[in-house]
Design a protein around this ligand. Structure first.
Ligand SMILES: Cc1ncc(COP(=O)(O)O)c(C=O)c1O
Length: 374
């Protein structure tokens, strides 16, 4: 059998990883400024993470959601305290798309409505509703098309108000910082406007924090910068440091009913152990402060480089927009300088490293990009 060829691949096989570094099968060492697409939050093969997963695997790896799993309760309590949302409720699932799917569905159960507001350049996943609220027609199959989604320009308060006047809105879904869309920050005033319109119309504010959450922006959720609370936060990538685990954090006003949501694998023992290990390290090593400090350092230094059109971001979620003629930079960073970065179109380099990188890795990256842009 062959693999179903959907990913354009770099000809590299990684066989070892530690902290902010990975090694290929030829022994070549790379700096990971991409974090495997914002997934590696506490660094590769962190000893506490490895130990906690190993210990759990020797006890019990999986049993279904038909029994009590005290680790889920422990995780909910830890997430509540680290994210500052102790009164919220946790539903565990397996991927970012599934988290958004459940959030949109829950919102519709809550207020009995169908219409969803999403934004231009948004990415929310590839499953049915998640892809329907994603602004990329190339990945929306005919079966996913629906009239229930209204796409509005990002950060446009007037368009938002008009949409609320014209339709009965069930929910508004928005990334605190658009990732795939090119690192675009939702204005604090825009998120405040979403909050007040959702309050006025009993609509549900869904904060997609799959990429920008889990401490990456320097606050637990990128939406926290605006000072308002969402009704549902969706999270995935950084949550398990590579172990597939996702969740939605749900405001107290939304009440559960048996069987309204469910999953076979979500919240299994191993997933909870991975997620707990991540939160323990984020808290113990104050990684949100580190993300803020190293992120600010990187952005300040990058802004000094005249060739760059714009540097956007918060914490360790950074976009570097380059002129068209620098389109080889990302490839050169990888193959000449041995540095992994992400990308977004058109010509934006995305930095999404582990939250505990140090100035050493930041400086290696800065030297390399300076060479490429000179
Ligand atoms: C903001 C955002 N939401 C949702 C998703 C989908 O997550 P997953 O690939 O785990 O389904 C992604 C993935 O890149 C994302 O960046």
């Amino acid at each position: 059998m062959k693999l179903f060829d959907v990913y354009p691949l770099n000809d590299i096989s990684i066989v070892k990883a530690l902290g902010a570094y990975v090694w290929d099968d030829k022994g070549e060492k790379y700096v990971d400024m991409y974090g495997g697409h914002a997934v590696i939050s506490i660094g590769h093969t962190h000893p506490h993470y490895v130990q906690r997963l190993q210990d759990q695997l020797h006890k019990v790896g999986f049993y279904s959601n038909s029994i009590k799993i005290p680790l889920q309760v422990e995780l909910a309590e830890k997430l509540g305290s680290v994210s500052g949302k102790n009164d919220y409720q946790l539903f565990l699932c397996n991927s970012g798309a599934e988290a958004n799917e459940n959030a949109l569905k829950l919102a519709s159960f809550y207020n009995g409505r169908k219409k969803i507001i999403a934004f231009k350049k948004a990415f929310h996943g590839r499953t049915s509703l998640a892809v329907a609220v994603t602004d990329n027609p190339n990945i929306v199959a005919p079966v996913n098309q629906t009239d229930n989604v209204i796409f509005l320009p990002f950060n446009d308060e007037v368009a938002l108000e008009q949409a609320f006047q014209q339709h009965e809105i069930s929910s508004v879904i928005i990334e605190g910082i658009q990732g795939v869309g090119g690192i675009n920050i939702a204005a604090d005033s825009f998120l405040q406007k979403i909050r007040s319109l959702c309050n006025e119309h009993n609509a549900v504010y869904i904060a997609d924090s799959v990429q920008c959450g889990y401490g990456r922006s320097g606050q637990f959720y990128a939406h926290d910068h605006s000072g308002v609370q969402a009704d549902i936060y969706t999270m995935a990538k950084g949550m398990g440091n590579g172990f597939p685990v996702a969740g939605i954090s749900i405001a107290p006003k939304i009440q559960p009913k048996h069987f309204m949501l469910g999953t076979t694998f979500g919240g299994n023992h191993l997933a909870c152990a991975a997620a707990l290990a991540v939160l323990e390290i984020i808290e113990q090593d104050d990684l949100m402060t580190n993300a803020k400090n190293i992120g600010n350092y990187l952005m300040d230094e990058l802004k000094k480089l005249p060739a760059i059109i714009e540097v956007r971001g918060r914490g360790l979620m950074i976009g570097i927009e380059l002129p068209e003629h620098f389109k080889e930079v990302k490839k050169n960073l990888l193959f000449k300088h041995k540095i992994f970065t992400g990308e977004a179109k058109p010509n934006v380099i995305r930095l999404l490293p582990a939250l505990n990188i140090s100035k050493t890795e930041a400086n290696i990256f800065l030297e390399a990009i300076k060479t490429e842009l000179s």
